[in-house]
Design a protein around this ligand. Structure first.
Ligand code: 13P
Length: 251
């Protein structure tokens, strides 16, 4: 990665963990956060946010949500606002994860509104994009990701309030990853795309994370790529030793 961007290793715990596990896992990650050369973030289920915030107090570990509603408050049963996440100790929120896009029918316009809500609440939005296997096989990966970026990034996105995560859908939880060359090519494409839409300051400063089957075994190669500024980690973020080993690959 380029020297001026600080790498971010983010753990997406998805729908995993109970209070006791979350406190232990966050405590173990927080204990190692001071000895890695990157920012560390974990995104637990919302109900565990305060547990994880408490366990990470006084450490360099940051906490984030996995999704937010676009509104501040109101009649939206089961939803959580960006302001509520912030109140619970979050500094980041993931928006547009492919599991939200698939399971909840979220479209780029919804994700754009959620990212704006994150910014309104003072959170950094981690905007996720990525193609399906069929789209990649059809040679459409760059066009799909470009379209998602155009639709999902708010006009007010800055390098300070936004992170972009490239997560090819077919690499999530499968143990398969694109080749290092394919990851670098896509990240370079994304950086060029956002330079056109949001300008050079954004494209030079915004952190582009790779996500999809990141493990200690493949992190070294992925984190060394010029346009990869960190990782969004699912399964391997549920083991403190693996998560910290991935973070240890950031130079
Ligand atoms: P895995 O690391 O389990 O493939 O999950 C990636 C992911 O979806 C992170 O958001």
């Amino acid at each position: 990665m380029a020297g001026k961007r600080t790498a971010l290793i983010a753990g997406n715990w998805k729908m995993n963990g109970l209070v006791a596990d979350a406190a232990a896992l966050a405590g173990a990650v927080a204990a190692g956060a001071g000895s890695v050369n990157c920012e560390l973030l974990v995104c637990p289920p919302a109900v565990l946010l305060t547990t994880v915030s408490d366990a990470s107090k006084g450490s360099k570990l940051a906490v984030g949500g996995q999704d937010c509603h676009a509104a501040v408050s109101g009649a939206h049963t089961g939803d959580i606002s960006a302001e509520m996440l912030s109140d619970g100790g979050a500094a980041y929120v993931i928006v547009g994860h492919s599991e939200r896009r698939a399971d909840h029918g979220e479209a780029d316009t919804d994700i754009c509104a959620k990212a704006e809500a994150a910014h309104r609440a003072g959170l950094v939005a981690i905007v996720c994009v990525g193609e399906t296997e069929a789209q990649r096989d059809a040679g459409q990966a760059e066009a799909i990701v470009g379209g998602q970026l155009t639709g999902s990034l708010p006009a007010g996105a800055s390098a300070e309030n936004t992170v972009i995560a490239y997560e090819p859908v077919w690499a999530i939880g499968t143990g398969r990853t694109p080749t290092a060359q394919d990851v670098q090519a896509m990240h370079n494409h994304m950086r060029t795309h956002v330079r056109d839409s949001h300008g050079a300051a954004f494209s030079d400063g915004v952190r582009l994370l790779y996500g999809g089957s990141v493990k200690p075994e493949n992190a070294e190669e992925l984190m060394a790529l010029a346009d990869v500024d960190g990782a969004l980690v699912g399964g391997a973020s549920l083991k403190a030793a693996d998560f910290l080993a991935i973070a240890g690959c950031c130079r």
